[in-house]
Design a protein around this ligand. Sequence first.
Ligand SMILES: Nc1ncnc2c1ncn2[C@@H]1O[C@H](COP(=O)(O)OP(=O)(O)O)[C@@H](O)[C@H]1O
Ligand SMILES: [Mg+2]
Length: 403
Amino acid sequence: MGRLAITLNPAFKKAKKSNARYRILYGGAGSGKSHYVAQETLLNMLSSRNYSYLIVRKTGKSIRNSVFRLLAEMISEMELHSLFRINKTEMTITCVTGSSLITSGLDDVEKLKSVANINRIWVEEASEITEKDFNQLDLRMRGQSKIGYQMTLTFNPISEMHWLKKKFFDVGMQSSFILKTTYLDNRFLDEQYINTLKELERQDEQYYRIYALGEWGTVGNMIYSNWSKEDLSDIKESFDNIYNGLDFGFADDPTAYVRVHLDNKHKKIYIIDEFAKSGLHIDQIARKLDKIMTNEIVTCDSSEPRSIADLRRHGIKAIGAKKGAGSVEHGIRWIQGYQIIVDETCTNTIKELSSYKWKEDKDGQTIPKPEDKNNHLLDALRYALESEMTQNKPKIKLFKQGL
Ligand SMILES: Nc1ncnc2c1ncn2[C@@H]1O[C@H](COP(=O)(O)OP(=O)(O)O)[C@@H](O)[C@H]1O
Ligand SMILES: [Mg+2]
């Protein structure tokens, strides 16, 4: 028998007592959310034979490397190998009491279909999943269960526009328990972690608010909130209707390229490839483009006709964007009318999407001019879609501030 050396973070005491159907454990990074729920899961399984857990994240790969690994480590640290059986291939754990758990990615549809009689669900990094995913999980918690049903959602409050905010905080769900924690609630954090969070404050205020203070990310004067990231690796090869855009670098600014699939019918823009690098010469840019594009057109920043001509000499079908007065604002509004889905590998684009802002006047009022930063890939995105913008007049969605 192991030592059962488990110490729970006191901040989660209330969560332990809650019988609510939905438990919302959100807040900053490093508050101990994942550790707490993992510990509770193992303790519950040891205490009774009735627990049947389904633990999910958006993808199978991500859950294997996070929760499944954490549970296995805990069992090992507590020397409880004799009481739990771990199946690495199936990513399942069973306890001698008869309780069991299955971890799975929501991408593993077959596996999810095959699991039956679940009475506890834990969604780790719940902000990654869609409301539709949530509803499908919710449907699994019905019928007879000796110990009732409970779903626990752990996440960082990335954006006030998120469906989680609307569902549980604004509208309010019946039978939900909400607990916010931050690193200050975690008595096990080391100094290094705390310093990293403090460093964040200097680097990125928005990230600091979300990941250190656990406050909802504000859209405020963000230009794009109509986006989400996804793993598009399985589908992006099949996309047609491709558009390419390029913004030339200058001094420290990177040369930035995006590759886009447009789904006009569903009003979706898929960003499937990118590069952003400063100091690139034309022949290097041409080589990169040649590798990615298949005899397609790339629409470029027209302020550098010489670079465009050079690209053409290298066999790239480069054309200049028309731009013109008001084209930046017009392009932004057009793009705001779409849902943007970015492949998770396009980290530079993701960074820009989460930091591209409108300017503020000296009183802090937002003015309808974008800040001239975090806009390299996003300019390239406008160039890429310019031909579409002039064909399909935008149905302008009213911006929050009435811009
Ligand atoms: N009960 C605990 N016992 C020991 N260490 C803990 C405990 N809870 C949290 N920690 C430590 O705090 C760190 C952050 O906890 P974690 O659960 O990953 O936070 P969150 O999921 O809120 O981001 C962990 O890596 C671990 O080192
Ligand atoms: Mg966590």
